[in-house]
Design a protein around this ligand. Structure first.
Ligand code: FE
Ligand code: FE
Length: 328
């Protein structure tokens, strides 16, 4: 009997369900139910799941034939709401990408180094697709960067720079890898992710391309939140002596959030969206923002409040999972 030839295992080309465009859960459901570690989501996984999976045929985050509705492309409250949101989000993702450079440099092992390299690529891609989508909403290519600046510089300085400074203090100045994981997973992505899911749902009719861009970023975000939580959990199990310091960091980050004008910013954009919604109720018809709830029946407060509830319940679950119940 001859031995079978040995060699590298054949490549598995199947896209994992959690990264498959049609089968992936919503961001909030995925982040609440899935468990993925850094070693599960290494480079090999990412190549299969993301460039050849989630993003196949969607280099700009959506299929080419999917475009914004005409009412969103022309000047008006919908255009204002969406362009302000995209400009702000693209700056946020740019800052996340740069901060992740420190995470890659500080990663204690190959599994986390590879995972944070993939997250760095994900965030750079998010910055690119949010920014690029402005071109579909009437911004001229030569004005792109100046427009991002005009639309979002004030919000950047008020909301993003203080968060960035906290991240840089932990990562650049203190070289604290696990502190960086916590800032990113709990204080930045954990807070902002549910707003991204709301965005996907509320823009579906007015701009299906923007909704798809959000969908793709949300699929990535499931991975960022679950792996980040798992890295923190594993670290705290191995180093219980770090728990006190991490809890203090969370308290500090929450105090910082309390002082940021983030709610004002969200309400301002949501109010613009509401004006557009009121103007185009006919277009939206019976479209449901979530099962059983027609978008036209929702209000600014209901939409913002719902995203806030998602954020809080998600945060509670993930903190408990990390062994940080004291922070709940
Ligand atoms: Fe992102
Ligand atoms: Fe992310």
């Amino acid at each position: 009997m001859t031995d079978l030839p040995t060699g590298p295992r054949p490549e598995d080309h199947t896209v994992p369900a959690e990264a498959d465009w049609d089968r992936a859960p919503s961001l909030v459901d995925g982040a609440n139910t899935l468990e993925l570690g850094a070693a599960d989501c290494d480079l090999r996984y990412w190549l299969r799941a993301v460039p050849q999976g989630t993003l196949r045929g969607k280099v700009l985050g959506h299929d080419e034939h999917v475009t914004p509705h005409e009412v969103t492309r022309r000047p008006g409250p919908l255009n204002d709401a969406l362009t302000q949101e995209l400009a702000f989000r693209s700056i946020a993702e740019d800052k996340a990408t740069r901060a992740l450079g420190y995470m890659v440099a500080l990663a204690p092992d190959t599994a986390t180094m590879e995972f944070y390299t993939t997250q760095l690529m994900d965030e750079a891609r998010h910055a690119m697709v949010f920014r690029s989508h402005l071109l579909s909403l009437g911004v001229a290519e030569r004005d792109l960067f100046a427009t991002v600046e005009r639309l979002a510089a004030a919000d950047r300085d008020a909301v993003l720079v203080p968060l960035e400074n906290l991240g840089l203090e932990v990562l650049r100045d203190q070289q604290d890898f696990i502190g960086g994981v916590v800032v990113l997973t709990i204080l930045v992505e954990g807070v902002l992710a549910p707003a991204a899911q709301l965005s996907e749902l509320k823009w579906r009719v007015f701009d299906p391309a923007a909704a798809d861009v959000e969908r793709g970023a949300g699929i990535d975000e499931i991975r960022h939140l679950t792996v980040g939580s798992s890295v923190a959990r594993e670290h705290l199990l191995a180093h219980p002596e770090d728990k006190e310091r991490i809890l203090e960091l969370i308290t500090r980050g929450r105090k910082l959030w309390d002082d940021l004008p983030a709610t004002e910013m969200t309400l301002r954009r949501e109010t613009l969206f509401q004006q557009g919604l009121d103007e185009h109720r006919d277009l939206v018809g019976d479209h449901e923002i979530w099962p059983g709830r027609r978008l036209v029946d929702t209000s600014v407060e209901e939409r913002v409040g719902t995203a806030q509830e998602w954020a809080e319940s998600m945060q509670r679950k993930r903190l408990a999972y990390m062994g940080l119940e004291e922070a709940i």
